[in-house]
Design a binder for this molecule. Structure first.
Ligand code: GLU
Ligand code: MG
Length: 427
């Protein structure tokens, strides 16, 4: 049966999927208007007159535009899905739109003759509610790292998720249990950068909705249970030249090409500056700690989980760079754009690559610096990194800083479960 309706969606600054249901008559593309002041909202639903929102200018509209190519099969009955780009009503790109930023970033790399390819790994915890309505970790009595089967998902929501993902054309590389229970990892297959991020945006939403149908709350919060491991969103990337050849490796082994070396140097140089955009919540800094396998140190190494930038042990045509700092509370378009922009600064400005990490990162590291200690310090580091701010767009960054400073205020008296509950229904 043909779809009766279209679910138009875009990913906002809080990584919320906002949208509308529209009639099927829109299936050849179109536009729909939303209040630009969405970009003035915090998770607590305060309205902040942040740059770019026009909140104090009558809260005018913006356009969510989409073409037939942006429409794909959805997971609700008789409903297709479209991912929109956001424009000002004069047709210019909305500066805060992460998808427009990612498109610009990809085009900048392409104009250098290189096409970025991206593969994303998302981690998440599962919660359920007791009869009294209390949120508790999903009871998975037989779960351990890399476990599969009913004992790590008694309600089998991951079966349903797998089948839906397959039937809708998502390319799932794998699903498994992560280090702590009830924690899962979802890895999506490598693709062109925009397609990879569109898929991750929709996959995460679908996974949360399938879990919801099974009475479960799937959360991508970076650290929902303080005494257990965190959840990250690792960005694997490489570049193809105009002949489709992967240029990360220099030859068939693990040596890095000049493009890869300077890209990794860019991630090193902008380690602190990029952090507030890729790890954007107060809770993100409860995950980013030394010895947590989570992108804390300013370092890089080959096949080393203590390094923020980990070069895969697969060299030659399969060589790739994995950046492990970000989490899935971030808008994934902004997160991937941040990684590719930091890499591009390194490449364009020919940054020199410091030596690789030689320590185990548990008892010893060569790194002299980690990420900023909290979101406030990360926002200061972002504002201080002028080259990186310019590459991401000044208005997007100023909007982010204003909203996130308000988020810090909203959460300043929240601890433990109260801080978790500020985020968990949205993240
Ligand atoms: N859970 C870790 C993180 O927070 C990553 C574990 C891994 O996949 O190596 O990033
Ligand atoms: Mg993992």
């Amino acid at each position: 049966m043909a779809a009766e309706r279209l679910r138009l969606l875009f990913c906002d600054h809080l990584n919320l999927a906002r949208g509308k249901y529209l009639p099927a008559s829109k299936k050849s593309g179109g536009a729909s208007r939303f209040a630009q002041a969405i970009y003035a909202l915090t998770y607590g639903k305060d309205l902040i007159p942040a740059p770019g929102t026009k909140m104090l200018q009558g809260m005018p509209d913006m356009d969510a535009v989409f073409t037939a190519a942006d429409i794909r099969a959805g997971w609700e009955m008789n409903t297709s899905v479209a991912i929109a780009d956001l424009n000002e009503t004069d047709g210019s790109p909305l500066p805060m739109c992460g998808r427009q930023l990612l498109k610009r970033t990809v085009n900048e790399w392409r104009s250098l003759g290189l096409n970025p390819k991206v593969g994303l790994e998302l981690e998440a915890y599962v919660f359920e509610r007791t009869e009294a309505g209390k949120l508790v970790p999903y009871d998975t009595p037989g779960a351990y790292v890399y476990s599969t089967g009913p004992a790590c998902d008694p309600r089998r929501f991951t079966d349903n998720l797998w089948h839906r993902a397959e039937s809708l054309g998502f390319k799932v590389e794998c699903m498994t249990s992560e280090f702590d229970a009830p924690q899962l990892e979802f890895t999506l297959v490598y693709d062109d950068a925009l397609r990879a991020v569109d898929d991750a945006f929709l996959f995460r939403l679908m996974a949360r909705e399938v879990a919801f149908e099974h009475g479960l709350l799937l959360t991508f919060m970076p650290k929902p249970i303080l005494e257990k491991g965190g959840s990250g969103l690792h960005v694997n990337f490489s570049f193809n030249d105009s002949t489709g050849h992967n240029v990360v490796a220099d030859g068939q082994g693990l040596d890095l090409s000049p493009v890869a070396r300077s890209s990794v140097a860019g991630l090193m140089r902008h380690h602190q500056g990029m952090c507030a955009l890729v790890a954007p919540t107060v809770n993100s800094y409860q995950r980013l700690k030394p010895g947590s396998m989570s992108g804390y140190w300013r370092n890089w190494a080959v096949d080393h989980r203590g390094a923020t930038t980990r070069i895969s042990a697969q060299g030659g045509t399969r060589a790739r760079i994995e950046h492990r700092m970000g989490d899935a509370a971030a808008n994934p378009y902004v997160l991937v754009a941040a990684v590719l922009q930091a890499a591009k600064l390194g490449y364009a400005e020919k940054y020199a690559l410091p030596p690789p990490e030689s320590g185990d990162c548990l008892s010893h590291t060569d790194a002299t610096e980690g990420v900023p200690e909290n979101l406030g310090a990360a926002l200061d580091a972002l504002e201080a990194d002028k080259a990186f701010v310019t590459s991401m767009g000044e208005t997007l960054v100023a909007n982010h800083v204003a909203i996130k400073r308000a988020e810090i205020k909203e959460t300043e008296n929240l601890q433990g479960d109260a801080l978790r509950d500020y985020y968990i229904n949205y993240v």
